[in-house]
Design a protein around this ligand. Structure first.
Ligand code: ADP
Ligand code: F6P
Length: 324
């Protein structure tokens, strides 16, 4: 019988997921595999929500953000019973291999399935870039571009009014998006969970920027920072008279996630989707496919999710130097 491979997308959708689905399906078909999609991530796996995917079903999606399969956060999959049901559904549908597109949480799920004997290959896909197994994850680059576009616009109005703008970006517990958006957006200060600062330290950085002759300031803040945009705004408002700067807050939120994937994410997704099939055909599983620069990387799932992703300290240093 022709072997069956299923693909699912889990957690937050990321630009490039569709391009990876398309590549995996068409590479699978070229290898005479039967390709299936699982709807809505692990929830669909537990519900047995599978659909066969042919070449035409994945047409016209390479440039679309989101995921044609749908995704979910699925608390039931965290339970023993949920995982057992998921494995039963795979067996019922005679699925021999599973490709999981998702971030840190989703790849913990991949590992749980792999440890129960499922032939899983993970593809690092999340705007958060929080997987140690990949220098950069699918979607992060496009999300960064969306954040940068917003920051450029905010700088225009910040300059016109001489204001301080607090711009909060996504990323969960990981400061990658904020740090990179801050550096590439020319921020006067960057606040991330990996290098916490008190509100007074941020206020000092802003005041110092004005003292050095700047007419306005952009502060990029990771949503996962202890002192996020709300906390900082509260502090600055309480001490408004003393601090003496006019403040506005913008939370970019989900707008960062829905962008059309840029060239890097489309090409990387295509490479990773097709490679997942090649690796599976070569007998490999229990692995995470990711990226280092433009190169594909392979790590064991258990290593890829075992440690938090470190931020490279030279970026932090550079951010400080360049904000002068
Ligand atoms: P992301 O993959 O974007 O980090 P989540 O952390 O929300 O998103 O994870 C997506 C889903 O993956 C969760 O809703 C859950 O079903 C599954 N998952 C998360 N963590 C684990 C875990 N430790 N073990 C098994 N499954 C997990
Ligand atoms: O994991 C991607 C992400 O966009 C995070 O940056 C953010 O914290 C979270 O998802 C938001 O989740 P939801 O879409 O469930 O509100």
């Amino acid at each position: 019988m022709t072997q069956r491979i299923a693909i699912l997308t889990s957690g937050g959708d990321a630009p490039g997921m569709n391009a990876a689905i398309r590549a995996a399906v068409r590479a699978g078909l070229a290898r005479q595999l039967d390709m299936f999609g699982v709807r809505h991530g692990y929830a669909g796996l537990i519900a047995g929500d599978f659909r066969r995917l042919g070449a035409r079903e994945v047409g016209g999606i390479i440039d679309r953000g989101g995921t044609m399969l749908g995704t979910s956060r699925c608390p039931e999959f965290l339970t023993d019973a949920g995982q057992q049901t998921a494995i039963r559904r795979l067996a019922e549908h005679e699925i021999a291999g599973l490709i999981v597109l998702g971030g840190n949480g989703s790849q913990h799920g991949s590992l749980a399935l792999a440890q129960r004997g499922v032939a899983v290959i993970g593809i690092a896909s999340t705007i958060d870039n929080d997987l140690a197994g990949s220098d950069v994850t699918l979607g992060a680059t496009t999300a960064l571009d969306v954040a940068l576009e917003a920051i450029s616009r905010l700088r225009v109005t910040a300059a016109a009014h001489g204001r301080v703008f607090l711009v909060e970006v996504m990323g969960r517990a990981c400061g990658y998006l904020a740090l990179m958006a801050g550096i590439a957006g020319g921020a006067e200060a960057i606040v991330i969970p990996e290098a916490e600062q008190s509100p007074e330290q941020v206020a000092l950085a802003i005041q110092d920027a004005y003292r050095r002759g700047k007419s306005h300031a952009i502060v990029v803040i990771a949503e996962g920072a202890k002192h996020n945009a709300d906390a900082l705004a509260r502090h600055f408002t309480e001490h408004a008279e003393r601090l003496n700067f006019e403040l506005r807050v913008t939370k970019l939120g989900h707008v960062q996630r829905g962008g059309s994937p840029g060239a890097f994410d489309r090409l990387s997704a295509t490479l990773l989707g097709a490679e997942a099939i090649e690796r599976w055909c070569g007998g490999e599983h229990g692995i995470l496919l990711g990226l280092s620069g433009a190169h594909l990387t392979v790590s064991l799932l258990r290593d890829a999710v075992a440690r938090p992703k470190p931020l490279q300290p030279q970026w932090l240093h550079l951010a400080h130097v360049l904000s002068r």
